[in-house]
Design a protein around this ligand. Structure first.
Ligand SMILES: *Cc1c(COP(=O)(O)O)cnc(C)c1O
Length: 408
């Protein structure tokens, strides 16, 4: 028989969201008349912006004509989309990112996993704790970690705790780490990073020849004008950072699928002879070989995000979710909870009361309020004692959920 990739067997069996479903379904079985409000999963709920829909319809019709039909596009994305991204997301913020340095893809989840293809197996790797589980699991699957330990961590990974004590900002490692995953605004904590603090990471990376994998999936939710939207707003970042961006959370593309990765041409790594190798060339080769590009229709939809109507619609969408977050934060404070996040991110990170664990609090909210959230411990050891609520839901449901929580 074929041999399997045994690294997959190291993955912890009971994953977070299946366990949540299991508990919710069991509760519904025993309480058939209950009306559950889900503020758990990080998926958007509002419909697609009209400008994106119109652009996609137009593109679809074009494809039905002899002249407008298109087959394979460039693996890196169409130049017109890469130019708009470069101008609007980078040049306008003073970041000198060229269209060539932008690789359009079908998601940041895959990009942030696939990036490991071009990186050696022996790099030391740091992740925050709690963390977006994709970074950890993709390292496990590719054999970059040891076995999982009793406490759910993996041997060989470096965990940087983020908690109340450090204001949800990871501390800079005292020794050299090769690859560091950072996500700001953060999922799951909703925390942000200032330019001053991000500069410390960029300086650390440049001093230690480390690579920062910066996930900015939630940059559109930033309200505070001082906070960086891109790591390239920081001097020196073009020498040490790869950035992941996605249309999933800003334009509601979670089901449409479009994202992009920025690899500045100035970033290098070493081969075993200590010669410098350009990472852009490796990623370009990787994408050209393993990826055939995002659909023309979807790229036209993404392009519309940068039209004047599109910008307004995205701003309104973000405003809607951020108003939800504000309502949630205020009501939860009124109910006596200590809450973090929610100011520049669609996530509220609740400190679980009393001596409860994250899962105790999950069951408590489910039973007493019929509200579903996500236990912080599902995102890592240091997430224990916290709980994530997402602002992705209708206004009505958000208000209803908060009223129920206040009443318990
Ligand atoms: C939602 C999310 C993404 C976006 O993933 P896509 O595959 O582009 O939908 C990336 N990173 C984090 C942390 C996220 O929560």
């Amino acid at each position: 028989m074929v041999q399997v990739n045994e690294n997959y067997l190291k993955l912890k069996a009971g994953y977070l969201f299946p366990e949540i479903s299991k508990r919710v379904n069991a509760y519904i079985q025993n309480n058939s008349s209950c009306d559950i409000i889900k503020l758990g999963i990080g998926d958007v709920t509002e419909p697609l912006p009209k400008s994106c829909r119109d652009a996609m319809s137009k593109a679809l019709n074009e494809m039905g004509t002899k002249d407008g039909f298109r087959g394979y596009g460039p693996e890196q994305g169409y130049p017109w989309l890469r130019e708009k991204i470069s101008d609007n997301d980078f040049i306008s913020r003073g970041c000198q990112i060229t269209p060539e340095e932008i690789f359009v893809s079908d998601g940041s989840k895959c990009d942030s996993s696939n990036i490991l293809d071009i990186l050696g197996n022996d790099n030391s790797i740091a992740v925050t704790d709690p963390v977006y589980p994709v970074y950890v699991d993709s390292n496990v699957m590719t054999g970059r970690t040891g076995e999982s330990l009793q406490d759910g961590t993996y041997q060989g990974l470096i965990y940087l705790p983020i908690n109340e004590e450090n204001n949800f900002l990871p501390e800079i490692p005292t020794s050299k780490v090769d690859i560091i995953y950072l996500c700001f605004p953060n999922n799951p904590t909703g925390a942000t990073i200032t330019k001053v603090d991000l500069k410390k990471w960029v300086d650390y990376a440049n001093q230690n020849n480390s690579l920062i994998l910066f996930d900015a999936a939630y940059e559109a939710f930033i309200q505070d004008k001082e906070l960086p939207h891109s790591i390239y707003e920081i001097d020196g970042a073009k020498d040490c950072a790869i950035e992941f961006r996605s249309f999933s959370k800003n334009a509601g593309f979670t089901g449409v699928r479009c994202a992009y990765t920025v690899i500045p041409k100035s970033i290098s790594g070493l081969n075993s002879k200590s010669e410098e190798i350009n990472l852009w060339s490796l990623w370009n080769r990787r994408q050209s070989t393993k990826f055939n590009g995002v659909s023309y229709i979807v790229q036209r939809g993404a392009e519309a995000v940068y039209s004047s109507d599109g910008k307004k619609e995205v701003k309104d969408l973000i405003g809607f979710y951020m108003e939800n977050a504000k309502i949630m934060k205020n009501k939860l404070k009124t109910a006596g909870f200590t809450v973090y996040g929610g100011d520049n991110a669609p996530y509220i990170w609740i400190k679980v009361p009393d001596q409860m664990t994250s899962w105790d609090f999950f069951d408590y909210l489910l039973e007493k309020a019929n509200v579903v959230g996500t236990p912080g411990s599902g995102f890592g050891l240091s997430g224990e004692g916290y709980f994530r609520l997402s602002a992705f839901n209708s206004r009505e449901k958000v208000i209803d959920a908060m009223e129920r929580i206040i009443r318990i």
